[in-house]
Design a protein around this ligand. Structure first.
Ligand code: ADP
Length: 237
């Protein structure tokens, strides 16, 4: 049997109806992402980026088409299968920081792994090397609200990577960062994608992402367009 791509969107469509108007948020999207490949979907606000990631994460069900991981459908899952997918297969990085203020960097990074580790002590121990690798070894006991935006973003990356996901979905991971921090985060995601052989999709309107992704597509009105790795920033950038 031919091996399926690690992550595949096959002819995915999602339209929203608001009153008499139909918004074609995702319009026949097909996309294959191999293990160790970071794909950037680059597009302006309203082009369908977040909808694509929500469908990939199983949070939203497409009108038609499906998303597959190693040939198994993961869109439209419910109950235990959906929970297992989100917990063990998927790493998810939000646009907005959703860390718990008042809890330390270490505890925030450990919130996913504690479910499987059985104790906070074991969970904390298991994420320390990850936080150190991400340059946060000196911030382990600092409360989330005292961290810089770049540090908060790295805690979210540590949490997303903590259970060794096969698929990493990142929604505007550099949206709130200055250009230096943005490059650092993109380099971290690139390195993690390659070394962990994950299929990574990041959606962004950050032109820096173009240089770090293995494959870049532009997205407009829910439709993908090919762009080479040297593609010039789009006119809206
Ligand atoms: P992006 O992430 O690129 O900004 P989105 O995926 O959030 O784009 O949205 C794509 C289009 O779908 C936009 O026109 C948006 O207004 C519309 N849209 C997204 N979610 C909904 C919804 N729940 N109901 C109606 N329209 C929506």
């Amino acid at each position: 049997m031919d091996s399926a791509p690690l992550l595949e969107f096959r002819d995915v469509q999602k339209h929203y109806r608001t009153g008499t108007e139909v918004v074609r948020a995702v319009d026949g999207l097909s996309l294959a992402v191999e293990a160790g490949e970071m794909v950037a979907l680059y597009g302006p606000s309203g082009s369908g980026k977040s909808t694509i990631l929500r469908i990939g994460a199983g949070i939203e069900t497409p009108d038609s088409g499906a998303v597959y991981v190693e040939g198994e459908a993961v869109s439209g899952l419910s109950g235990k299968a959906a929970a297992h997918y989100r917990m063990h297969v998927l790493g998810w990085i939000n646009q907005e920081s959703d860390l718990l203020d008042g809890a330390t960097a270490l505890d925030n990074a450990a919130t996913k792994v504690v479910v499987t580790a059985g104790s906070w002590r074991r969970a904390r121990r298991s994420v320390v090397p990850l936080l150190e690798e991400l340059g946060l070894g000196h911030r382990l006991e600092h409360r989330a609200e005292t961290l810089s935006m770049g540090e908060r973003q790295r805690v979210m990356i540590a949490r997303a990577l903590s259970l060794n996901p096969r698929v990493l979905l990142a929604d505007e991971p550099t949206g709130s960062l200055d250009s230096r921090r943005s490059r650092e985060v993109l380099a971290l995601l690139q390195e993690a994608t390659h070394s962990r052989a994950m299929a990574t999709v990041l959606v962004t309107h950050d032109e820096h992402a173009v240089a770090y992704a293995d494959t870049v597509y532009t997205l407009q009105d829910g439709v993908l367009h090919d762009s080479g790795p040297d593609a010039a920033p789009a006119p809206w950038a």
